[in-house]
Design a protein around this ligand. Structure first.
Ligand code: CUA
Length: 334
């Protein structure tokens, strides 16, 4: 099939539009961190390099099909097209891009400075265990799930691991992705430069619910972050109102505390996410449902439908009013 010049430009225009549409909270092309800015710059230089090659190839195609008259010269075809266009030009452009890409590596792989905030994140099936670490120690000051808060303008070191399968930790707006490998700790240093809510995701196939394993990253001013961290370190709020109190009783009576911790109550399970301040979180089920009483009730009753493969069983055997009470209790854990 012969693709005419208009179709070439149409395809190029459509691709350009697709790239322009790549903005939002989970895009490497709208960087909000120092490392992401470098990666975005590399992307645009690579795009420019590809554009040069593309324009040359399409230009020659148009010239040979539309503009050229008379016989072809075998010498010109060999020298200009094959040696020049086929070997020298791509080698030169790719070598320049390689050199530029390699020059970024030391900056991207550099550790965070001494004394930086350190956060351990463990990739679980299929959610994220997040622990804020004490300065200089590996003991956690607070544990939560599927949500990370960061102070803007300050470097942070992530210590990444996984108990069973390989995941890949990726916050496109803040930086590059890195694998979480069982039995090993990988480190990633990031410095957010803009406040806002961003989305991270798992970038390595890790099982049934791989595509349903996301998290939110909230970048805020230092004072707001300090207040948030202090609140997270506090034990859970006592339930207010009879519905929430009944919810707490049901939560404990149904054995939820065997898997979940709610600090300040007898619930101290470590299999599933810590729910101490669950009500303050943005999402239910690792970034897949916006946190609301309706979404939480649906999650507890139909986990397997919302996230196929999830380890938590569905609690659809419980009466609706019990589910409502438990939802009221958990949403009250601000
Ligand atoms: Cu975890 Cu894919």
């Amino acid at each position: 099939m012969r693709i005419g010049p208009p179709l070439c430009f149409l395809i190029f225009g459509a691709n350009a539009l697709l790239v322009v549409a790549c903005s939002g909270p989970q895009s490497a092309l709208s960087p909000a961190g120092e490392e992401a800015e470098r990666i975005a710059q590399l992307f645009w230089w690579m795009t420019a390099g590809a554009l040069v090659i593309w324009v040359a190839v399409v230009g020659i195609s148009i010239y040979t099909t539309v503009g050229k008259s008379g016989p072809y010269s075998p010498t010109a075809a060999t020298k200009v097209l094959i040696i020049g266009g086929g070997a020298l030009l791509p080698t030169l452009i790719l070598a320049l891009l390689l050199a530029y890409g390699l020059s970024l590596l030391p900056q991207l792989a550099a550790p965070a400075p001494e004394g930086s905030l350190r956060i351990a994140v463990s990739g679980e099936q299929w959610w994220w265990r997040v622990s804020y670490l004490q300065p200089g120690e590996d003991a956690a000051t607070v544990e939560l799930a599927n949500e990370i808060h960061l102070p803007v303008g300050e470097p942070v070191e992530f210590r990444l691991e996984s108990p069973d399968v390989i995941h890949s930790f990726w916050i496109p707006s803040l930086g590059g992705k890195i694998d979480m490998i069982p039995g090993r700790v990988t480190r990633l240093a990031l410095t957010p430069t803009k406040t806002g809510v961003f989305r991270g995701t798992c970038a390595e196939y890790c099982g049934t619910a791989h595509a349903l394993m996301s998290f939110y990253v909230v970048v805020e001013e230092k004072e707001t972050f300090d207040r948030w961290l202090a609140r997270q370190q506090a034990p859970a709020l006592e339930p207010t109102g009879s519905l929430a109190s009944r919810g707490q009783t049901l939560f404990l009576a149904n054995g939820c505390g065997a898997c979940h911790t709610i600090r300040g109550t007898p619930a101290n399970g470590v299999v599933g996410p810590d729910l101490t301040h669950f009500g303050s979180r943005l999402s239910v089920g690792a970034g897949i449902l916006a946190n609301s009483p309706e979404a939480l009730l649906r999650w507890i009753a139909h986990t397997e439908q919302v996230k196929p493969g999830v380890l938590m069983p569905s609690f659809d055997m419980l009466p609706e009013e019990d589910l409502e009470a438990m939802t009221a209790y958990l949403e009250g854990l601000q």
